[in-house]
Design a protein around this ligand. Sequence first.
Ligand SMILES: Nc1nc2c(ncn2[C@@H]2O[C@H](COP(=O)(O)OP(=O)(O)OP(=O)(O)O)[C@@H](O)[C@H]2O)c(=O)[nH]1
Ligand SMILES: [Mg+2]
Length: 294
Amino acid sequence: MEHKAGFIGIVGKPNVGKSTFSNAFVGERLSIITAKAQTTRHRILGFMNDENYQLIISDTPGVIKPSYKLQEKMMDFVGEIFTDSDLILAMVSMDDPDLPDDIIEQLRKSEIPAYLLINKCDLSDQEKIIPIIAKYQALDIFENVFAISALNGLDREKLIEEILVHIPDHPPFYPKDQLTDKPERFFVEEMIREAIFEQFRQEIPYATQVEVIEFKEEPRIIKIVATIFAERQSQKGILVGPGGTGIRGFGTRARKQCENFFGKKIFLDLKVSVKKDWRKDEVQLKRFGYNKKK
Ligand SMILES: Nc1nc2c(ncn2[C@@H]2O[C@H](COP(=O)(O)OP(=O)(O)OP(=O)(O)O)[C@@H](O)[C@H]2O)c(=O)[nH]1
Ligand SMILES: [Mg+2]
């Protein structure tokens, strides 16, 4: 049998379950997941390696109309998948079943084959799902439409089979023991961000950026130093909390996630700093890694 290798891009509105699906598909928790919209800010590549294929799946930020520079950069990451994918997976969910017009437009213009995934089908009865399947089949832009639940019982084998139809014969693009394109530091930053998303309401998670300053792996422990940037002094106050209770809360949560992820004891040293209006600042955004690769 020939070896297949190719790129699969996921696109959809915030919160429909793109990251939950990517993780379930790859079998690793590469993307953070929260109940809040706009959790994912980057294009994150996950590799699914098998003897006969390498599927490279791109999780992307949810599609929104950008209102500040960070969001523009996030939408640039989404745009990338329309240039280099072999297959696009557009996703809606049963609690938000409408695909935005601009995604439909982009799919129409694109030559890349696309599947539609209707996620969160565990939330609905079959009778409610059938008309949605029919509606998207009638659009004539999807090679196929699948009703799934990324959270409960995803039929991976069936999806892999369907996806491989559109993946060309090609040698692997990355070493077969590699799982992602992102470095270890990135995942630490994401797990800290996830803990902040879980702990604080509105505003704070969106105004927060995390940067790992030091990552030192020793035989029994990984020592990590990271800075959390807020946009304003008042936000810093909230993150730290009275007597440091805020930072201790999300710090403990993040440390536990990191210990699961790396399978090792973690020493996590966090501090909060202010970088005024970093979300609108081109130079800061570049420093934080929000520039496109190509
Ligand atoms: N019931 C149910 N909930 C799901 C399913 N898939 C994801 N969710 C939940 O939906 C919420 C959003 O999931 P994410 O995977 O973070 O969504 P996303 O599309 O990556 O969101 P952004 O990164 O903000 O664009 C989380 O609370 C998930 O637990 C599913 O199949 N069924
Ligand atoms: Mg996501």
